[in-house]
Write a protein that binds this ligand. Sequence first.
Ligand SMILES: C[S@@+](CC[C@H](N)C(=O)[O-])C[C@H]1O[C@@H](n2cnc3c(N)ncnc32)[C@H](O)[C@@H]1O
Length: 274
Amino acid sequence: MHDPDCVRFLQWALPRLRMRWAGFRRVRRQVCKRIARRLGELGLADTTAYETFLEAHPEEWARLDALCRITISRFFRDRRVFEFLGDEVLPDLARRAEERGDGEVRCWSAGCASGEEPYTVAMIWHFSARENHPGTRLRVIATDADERLLERARRGTWTEGSLRNVPPPWREQAFERRGDLSLTAFLKDPVEFRLEDIRRRLPDGPFDLVLCRNLVLTYFEESLQRQILRRIAERLLPGGALMIGIHEALPAGEPGFSLWVPGPGVYRRNRSGP
Ligand SMILES: C[S@@+](CC[C@H](N)C(=O)[O-])C[C@H]1O[C@@H](n2cnc3c(N)ncnc32)[C@H](O)[C@@H]1O
């Protein structure tokens, strides 16, 4: 399929899925390849024929929606922001959990791919933040719309390349070599994976920390971003943290959050607000 055909098709289809073209511009090639494969399966000649097919078969929109999922992730993605999480944010959240007296820091990783993000939080907690908070536990709920990714996450094995950013001393302790590299049980235990489409369902909360990175604010249209952010705000404890991707921004004028410190994409849930 020629790139201009695919671009024209995506610019037509994405708004109908409440997604934004700008988020797909750089990563469109993998989506275009999947769409080309789908055209082959359906025996359709081109994207114009696919548009007609979509209009005649509304159930195909769910299929196209799944083809548009970008699934790239890695451990310690944007390492600087995870350093900030370990040095500043998790200790602050642990102190708050102690003051509350429930002894649990509760996190949610939204769009967790194959577990790289929630397990990164588990590692930072285990190897660094928990030291000063021995009576406090970490619990992470991790959700994604793709069951295959979640299966991989539960299995907990990766190839060397995905672990590039993991600090070497932690890598030694966190993974055992059994063919691929397997995450040890004590890092898997705090993380629970759930199949959930964030547009339809969010875990109940309340949470101290929500990681919503490289999904909602990149690929979804602004009105959907605002809807989901409002639901996230309802689930975050006052003073809790929202972590977004380093290339992402909250929609202008979005109430409820203030930047933790200028720089990395971490916001604090305001004490008042929606
Ligand atoms: C680009 S990855 C980001 C992974 C991780 N948050 C990170 O920043 O490295 C986006 C993830 O969101 C998932 N996803 C896409 N649409 C979703 C939806 N509607 N609900 C939940 N997860 C979704 C994809 O399957 C994918 O695993």
